[in-house]
Design a protein around this ligand. Structure first.
Ligand code: DLL
Length: 434
């Protein structure tokens, strides 16, 4: 049995969770219908009235919201309360052409920070810990979310933001940081830089990391755990639902418990919108049960994953989601075959390569091409740098087995692939430019 930030709700019986959800959804649908004209119109078009929603079982009657709706309603169209009640906004980077601005009342900020506090306690955090927050601060939710959670737990919080890796390492050492929060790709970079400085994993004070905001594989977890000498926990969330902390991993490290008292999760078939049973792979859809300012109902995340309700040894009763397998809009379709960057990462790490890679997709003479640039470790480079062809061939064959199509692999000198301090850019799809 682990430690909990809010034991009563985190270990509540299924009946109790359902009772809370049913009570909240009735109120929330009425709140949205009364205050959000955009969604009221969607409900009217579908012929659904607030009275039709009596329990979470009825959520399936409600219309979906998608990224397109968020764009159409930008910036105030989905606001559920008067602006004067709002105390904060956060936003996405908009790198994929979308910019989401989410609004928060003070109650929304508290709820969000409590979710992050649950994640920190699940990773072993107490008020004796020193939490180094190396997610970006500012509009991105990573820094502010974990910062707020860390305060709630009473940890000494180091609001580092991302970047300046030398300084990150210096603070870990000088202030004896025990929990590191950043993207997994940045954690890998910090580990790599520490090794270069001759700092051994057992020589740093870190004991845990809370890593998320981008997909990462089990293999990547093993590699980070080794390089930093810590236990690495996954954390998930998105700006639309508040930020990190929608779900988080416990010591079992077999999926992330969704904070079901605040977020109701469904898995749907991304093609038909049909709700799928637990255990099926599909698109994750969230309904926020009690957010005031940005109360999204049935928001389609585009993240593909599986929900499971098996009993967890940590004692938490909330449903678990698997690591997202990828986003339905990040999935590459190369020569008709579905390819996820995570599959490439799995092969690389299993074969002893670094997680420093980039996938480049293009179209030449009407045929898709896929190139994978992979960095060698300094040791591999010293040993095989003059003759990488056989290693490239072997990797290409392993990739073909995993992906079902044959990419071209290029093994490069250390430091050839640009490092990320936030979300890593794993794919460059030049076909989209045409
Ligand atoms: O990335 C919030 C966050 C910050 C989560 C810090 C965890 C830690 P957005 O920038 O809106 O919000 O991006 C949300 O990132 O739909 C997923 O596709 C992806 N994502 C987030 N966490 C994970 C994760 C933040 N643990 C989008 N594993 C989501 C895989 C993740 N993908």
């Amino acid at each position: 049995m682990g430690n909990y930030y809010q034991p009563e709700i985190e270990t509540a019986s299924r009946e109790e969770i359902l009772r809370i959800q049913n009570e909240k959804i009735v109120k929330q649908v009425k709140h949205v219908y009364d205050n959000v004209e955009y969604y009221r119109n969607l409900m009217d078009q579908k012929g659904v009235k607030p009275e039709d929603i009596k329990s979470v079982d009825d959520i399936k009657k409600l219309p979906f919201l998608s990224k397109t709706d968020l764009r159409d309603a930008y910036p105030y169209g989905l606001l559920g309360t008067d602006l004067k009640n709002c105390v904060r906004i956060q936003s996405t980077s908009g790198t994929t052409g979308r910019r989401v601005v989410a609004f928060y009342t003070q109650a929304d900020v508290d709820l969000w920070e409590e979710c992050c506090a649950r994640a920190i306690v699940a990773a072993g955090g107490t008020n004796e810990d020193v939490v180094q927050v190396a997610y970006g601060y500012g509009l991105f939710t990573g820094g502010p979310g974990l910062n707020g959670g860390s305060h709630k737990v009473g940890c000494l919080t180091l609001p580092m933001s991302s970047g300046n890796t030398e300084r990150q390492i210096q603070f870990i050492q000088d202030l004896s940081a025990t929990i590191l929060c950043c993207t997994p790709s940045y954690a890998a970079f910090i580990g790599e830089t520490m090794a270069e400085k001759g700092i051994k994993p057992e020589e740093n004070t870190l004991k845990a990391g809370i890593f998320g905001a981008e997909p990462w594989t089990e293999e990547m977890r093993q590699s980070i755990q080794k390089s930093l000498g810590i236990k690495a926990y996954d954390i998930y969330g998105l700006t639309e639902t508040s930020g990190p902390g929608v779900s988080f991993e416990c010591e079992e490290q077999t999926g992330m418990h969704i904070n079901e008292d605040h977020f109701y999760a469904e898995i749907i078939d991304p093609e038909t919108g049909e709700v799928l049973p637990d255990g099926s792979l599909g698109e994750l859809v969230f309904t926020s049960l009690d957010k005031e300012a940005f109360p999204l109902l049935r928001y389609r995340t585009r993240d593909l994953c599986v929900l499971t309700r098996e009993k967890c040894s940590c004692g938490r009763t909330h449903v678990k989601m698997s690591k997202p397998k990828g986003r339905s809009d990040d999935m590459l379709i190369i020569r008709g075959v579905n390819v996820f960057p995570s599959q490439v990462e799995t092969v690389l790490l299993n074969k002893g390569y670094t997680p420093n890679y980039q996938i480049i997709v293009d179209r030449v003479n009407n045929t898709d091409t896929m190139d994978i640039n992979v960095e060698l470790t300094p040791e591999q480079f010293e040993k095989h740098g003059n003759d990488v062809a056989p290693m490239e061939k072997a990797l290409e064959s392993a990739m073909r087995t995993m992906l079902g199509i044959g990419p071209k692999v290029h093994l490069l000198a250390p430091k050839s692939v640009v490092r990320s301090e936030g979300k890593a850019v794993r794919v460059i799809d030049n076909r989209k430019l045409v």
